[in-house]
Design a protein around this ligand. Structure first.
Ligand code: EPU
Length: 438
């Protein structure tokens, strides 16, 4: 096996890129009915990387049909894995990997694929992965990944846009993260699985997707405890002892949040099935402050009822889980645009995540952005307009705004939306929205 650097063809994404299409919404229809929430994108992408740890087949269930999942599948195929997707089941046979390099052409399309660094290092003691670079929402550094792998005994070099890492052996260590980065927690966990001795990650990310990943690694033979808390302990096991597993993907809390927020700009009542309310406490608490009635209907069902004329302003600060997620900061903004009074949103995770504010202003919103805060004065109505999405969650925000606006909204740059939402417009149409793609 050798690492290669030749140019490769762009990934053959089986779901067509929807670049040239747009979503058209005739706003003002209340949402009513029941909707099923899919599997979490940010969990499944990392579990796909974990499958590289075993010379065996891992099966992931409840996998959403997203362009990000197809791109990650192409990264794994490039490394030599056999990946097949059948409905919501994904099978990854990583028995015969042929490469330990993930090239720029692939990683630049999907930042999350940077997480193959950890399992490749664990399996081959060597890995080369393109630096993902920044994106529309921020600089997105990798210093914590780098430091963590070095503390496990790996050499890490950054050269010509690539991170190259190698280690004669990996040795467990106590690693403190300056901030609870999801990606760094995941890469360190995935490498430390096969380190000698014990690794302790302090100030680890506590997100449910990290727990799903740890459960997946444990089902494959790893020994991880404490995932979901600030301290994760990983007892190293021989890499040869890792094996395949069948793992369920947790529900997508961000998709669930998106539906709840849409129900608030339109008014109505929806019942979401296949959700986990425990993952959404901070969000549900804020939505209740704003005026929605949210209740747990069954262990995996949430009911939300909301009236447009009852929305009240509130202040929100995004922080690492379990606090209010940065990924719902854009989607909640149109709700606050329609709430009575002045709200302030403070974004502390990403330095450039307010690009949707300018688009919402085109729809009549009164938003003033200063540094990392957006001051939102409630208006009586939003008006349909042609708007452009700048990233995945901004796209969701513009759709939520359009559903609650007067007149027709056209949302462009749908490639962002298709990265993270499966059949979003069909699901909204089923709930009574007038929305289609053209
Ligand atoms: N950071 C550093 N150094 C590092 C790593 C991160 O300074 O070495 C900074 C980042 O620049 C950022 C903050 O720490 O400002 C948080 O980054 P984190 O590593 O937690 O984010 P991530 O793993 O790159 C994931 C999700 C994002 C989500 C964030 C925060 C995936 C594929 N992505 O990104 O999801 O916003 O955690 O919760 O899991 C999305 O789904 O739309 C999305 C962007």
């Amino acid at each position: 096996m050798k690492s290669k650097t030749e140019k490769i063809d762009p990934p053959n994404v089986s779901q067509p890129m929807e670049d040239e299409k747009r979503i058209i919404i005739r706003g003002g229809k209340p949402l009513n009915g029941q909707v099923r929430i899919g599997g979490a994108k940010n969990a499944v992408l990392k579990m796909m990387a974990a499958a590289l740890l075993a010379k065996d087949t891992t099966i992931l269930r409840n996998v959403p049909n997203l362009s990000d999942v197809h791109m990650m599948a192409n990264v794994l195929r490039h490394l030599g894995a056999k990946v097949t997707i059948s409905g919501s089941e994904l099978s990854i046979d990583a028995t015969n990997l042929t490469d330990w390099e993930a090239p720029y052409e692939l990683v630049s399309q999907l930042r999350a694929s940077f997480v193959v660094l950890g399992p490749l290092l664990a399996r081959f003691r060597e890995a080369k992965v393109s630096l993902p670079g920044g994106c529309a929402i921020g600089e997105r550094k990798i210093d914590l990944h780098e430091r963590g792998l070095k503390m496990l005994g790996a050499e890490v070099k950054i050269d010509h846009g690539y991170v190259t890492t190698s280690a004669k052996k990996l040795v467990g260590n106590r690693i403190y993260l300056d901030r609870p980065s999801n990606g760094a927690t995941e890469n360190i966990m995935l490498a430390a699985v096969a380190a000698e001795g014990t690794t302790i990650i302090e100030n680890a990310a506590q997100d449910p997707e990290i727990v799903n990943l740890a459960d997946c690694i444990n089902a494959m033979g790893g020994r991880i405890e404490g995932a979901g808390t600030y301290q994760i302990t990983i007892e190293g096991v021989p890499i040869e002892s890792m094996h395949g597993a069948v793992v369920d993907t947790i529900p997508d809390r961000l998709e669930a949040g998106t539906f709840m927020l849409a129900c608030m700009t339109t008014g109505g009542e929806i019942l979401m099935e296949s959700v986990n309310a425990h993952h959404l406490y901070s969000v549900i608490s804020k939505l209740s402050d704003i005026g929605a009635e949210v209740s747990m209907y069954a262990p995996d069902m949430i009911r939300i009822k909301s009236r447009r004329d009852k929305l009240k302003a509130t202040d929100i600060t995004t922080l690492p889980y379990p606090a209010f997620p940065t990924d719902l900061q854009a989607p909640i903004m149109p709700v606050l645009c329609l709430a009575k009074g002045t709200s302030i949103i403070t974004e502390t995770i990403f330095e450039n995540r307010f690009q949707h504010a300018a688009e919402l202003r085109r729809m009549g919103a009164d938003i003033n952005v200063t540094s990392n805060a957006a001051i939102i004065k409630g208006v009586d109505k939003l008006m349909g307009a042609e708007v452009k999405s700048s990233d995945l969650r901004a796209a969701a925000a513009l759709i939520i705004a359009g559903l609650g606006a007067e007149g027709v909204t056209e949302v462009t740059e749908l490639k962002h939306l298709d990265r993270g939402y499966e059949n979003l417009e069909e699901k909204f149409r089923f709930l009574g929205a007038d929305i289609w793609r053209k």
